[in-house]
Ligand binder design. Structure first.
Ligand code: MLT
Length: 410
C-alpha cells in the first residue's frame, strides 16, 4: 500500500486561522443573535481600488478577442508588472533590483511556504517567536522541524520577541541557523525594526553564511522614517536575503491573489559537491515546473496600482486601516491594556489582561464582547499571554469593538 509523507502527519490538527474560524463559527451557531466583529485573520474589508478594477475589466475584455487574448503567461510574471515593480518598489527608492530578479506569484503565503523546496532538508531554521505560522508549518512539512513538545519544535530555533526585549529579536546564541525568517513590519506583533537593527541581521547572515527569508508583506504600512522598506536597503543584503512582497494588504488582493518574490542574482548556495549555485536560477527552475504564473487579469490589476492614480488610491486605503489601528491602540490603552504595534502595521498586539492565557482571553472576548481576535499562543510559545487584533475591519466596527471592550472592563 502507498504511504504518506509522515511530516504531514505530525502537524498540529489544523492551521491556526482555520482553528480560529472554526471556533468563531461554533460560537455563531450557539449564539445566532450575536453580532460578532471579526478581527482575527488579517483579511481586508475595503474593495479593490478603482484603478485596479478598471485595469482588470480591461484585461477581461482583452481575453474576449483572439487578437488580445492571453493564454499561458511567462511563469516569472509579465514584463509590464516586473518592470513596474522594479521601478516603483526598488529603483525609485535607490535600490537596484532588476526585473529578472522579480518573480510574480499568487501571493507571499505560497512563496514563503514554497521557497524551502530549493533548500536542503538538512538546513537548520530560526524564527522570531511569535511568528506567522506558515514558516514553521512548511518546515515541518519539509522535515526540518523535529518533534513538537510544549508548543515548540525541537529542531527550530525560536528567537523570542516580547515586551521584555522591546520586540527586538536577539541574535542566536550557540548554533548558527542556516535559514532565518524575518517578517517586518511584523506579523503578528505589528512592531518594526530600524535600519540599524535590521543591519545586525544582514551582517550576521553574511558573516555566517545564513540565508534570510524576509517577508515584507506589510511594507506599505510603514510611515516612520527610520523603518526600512526593503531589506535591500541594507548593504550586502543582495548576497544573503530573499524578499517576499504581497499585493494583498497593500491593495486588497487577498481574494484576487498576486504577490512577488525577489531573488537577487548574487545569492548563491552550495550544492553537495560544494559548488556555488544561483538561487535565482533554481527558483526559476522550480517555478517553471510547478507554477504557471499569476493570472493575466490579476497582474494587470496589480500593475495599475503603480500608476499615479493607483498609488494615491492604495495609500488612501492603507491610511484608512492605519487610522483603525490608531483607534485600537488608543482605545485599548484607555481600557487599561498594554498595547504594542499598530503604528507601521495593521496589527495591534496586546497583553491579555489579568494574566489570562491567550485562548482564555479569546473565549472571554468572544463571549463578553462578541469580538474575535487571534490568540498569541497560536503564533508560537512566546506569544502565550498575548492577543492580536487586526485593523482591517471597518472604522465603524473598530470603534464599536473598542466601545464593547471598554464597557466590559477586563
Ligand atoms: C494573518 O492574519 O496573519 C494573515 O492574513 C494571514 C495571511 O496573510 O495569510
Amino acid at each position: 500500500m502507498f504511504t504518506l509523507n509522515d511530516n504531514f502527519c505530525i502537524l498540529p490538527e489544523s492551521y491556526l486561522f482555520s482553528e480560529v474560524a472554526r471556533r468563531i463559527n461554533a460560537f455563531k451557531e450557539s449564539h445566532p443573535e450575536a453580532d460578532v466583529i471579526r478581527m482575527g485573520i488579517g483579511d481586508v474589508t475595503l474593495p479593490l481600488c478603482p484603478a485596479a478594477i478598471e485595469a482588470m475589466h480591461k484585461a477581461v475584455d482583452d481575453e474576449s478577442s483572439s487578437a488580445t487574448f492571453h493564454g499561458y503567461g511567462p511563469e516569472q510574471g509579465y514584463p509590464f508588472l516586473r518592470d513596474a515593480i522594479s521601478l516603483h518598489d526598488y529603483k525609485n527608492r535607490g535600490i537596484d533590483i532588476d526585473p529578472s530578479e522579480i518573480f510574480v506569484s499568487d501571493g507571499a503565503k505560497s512563496d514563503t511556504g514554497n521557497f524551502g523546496d530549493i533548500l536542503s532538508a538538512d538546513n537548520t531554521v530560526a524564527v522570531t517567536d511569535p511568528v506567522y505560522p506558515v514558516y514553521v508549518d512548511t518546515n515541518v512539512m519539509a522535515g526540518r522541524a523535529g518533534i513538537l513538545a510544549d508548543g515548540a519544535w525541537s529542531k527550530i530555533q525560536y528567537l523570542p520577541v516580547t515586551a521584555a526585549n522591546g520586540f527586538i529579536p536577539q541574535l542566536p546564541e550557540g548554533d548558527v541557523p542556516d535559514i532565518i525568517y524575518l517578517c517586518y513590519p511584523n506579523n503578528p506583533t505589528g512592531t518594526t525594526l530600524t535600519r540599524d537593527q535590521l543591519k545586525v541581521w544582514v551582517d550576521f547572515a553574511l558573516e555566517h553564511g545564513s540565508l534570510i527569508l524576509f517577508d515584507s508583506a506589510y511594507e506599505s504600512f510603514i510611515r516612520e522614517e527610520d523603518v526600512p522598506h526593503s531589506i535591500y536597503e541594507i548593504e550586502g543584503a543582495r548576497k544573503c536575503a530573499v524578499e517576499f512582497r504581497s499585493f494583498s494588504k497593500t491593495a486588497g488582493f487577498t481574494g484576487v491573489r498576486c504577490g512577488y518574490t525577489v531573488v537577487p542574482k548574487e545569492l548563491k548556495a552550495l550544492d553537495k559537491e560544494g559548488k556555488e549555485v544561483s538561487l535565482n536560477h533554481l527558483w526559476n527552475r522550480r517555478q517553471c515546473t510547478k507554477f504557471n504564473g499569476a493570472s493575466y487579469v490579476s497582474q494587470r490589476g496589480a500593475a495599475a496600482i503603480f500608476t499615479p492614480e493607483g498609488q494615491r488610491q492604495v495609500k488612501e486605503a492603507v491610511d484608512y486601516y492605519l487610522a483603525n489601528a490608531k483607534v485600537l491602540r488608543e482605545g485599548l490603552a484607555e481600557a487599561g491594556m498594554e498595547v504594542f504595534g499598530g503604528v507601521n502595521a495593521p496589527y495591534v498586539w496586546i497583553k491579555a489582561p489579568g494574566g489570562m492565557s491567550s485562548w482564555e482571553f479569546f473565549d472571554l472576548l468572544l463571549e463578553k464582547c462578541n469580538v474575535a481576535g487571534t490568540p498569541g499562543s497560536g503564533f508560537g510559545p512566546a506569544g502565550e499571554g498575548y492577543f492580536r487584533l487586526t485593523a482591517f475591519n471597518t472604522l465603524e466596527n473598530t470603534i464599536e469593538a473598542v466601545r464593547r471592550i471598554k464597557a466590559a472592563s477586563f
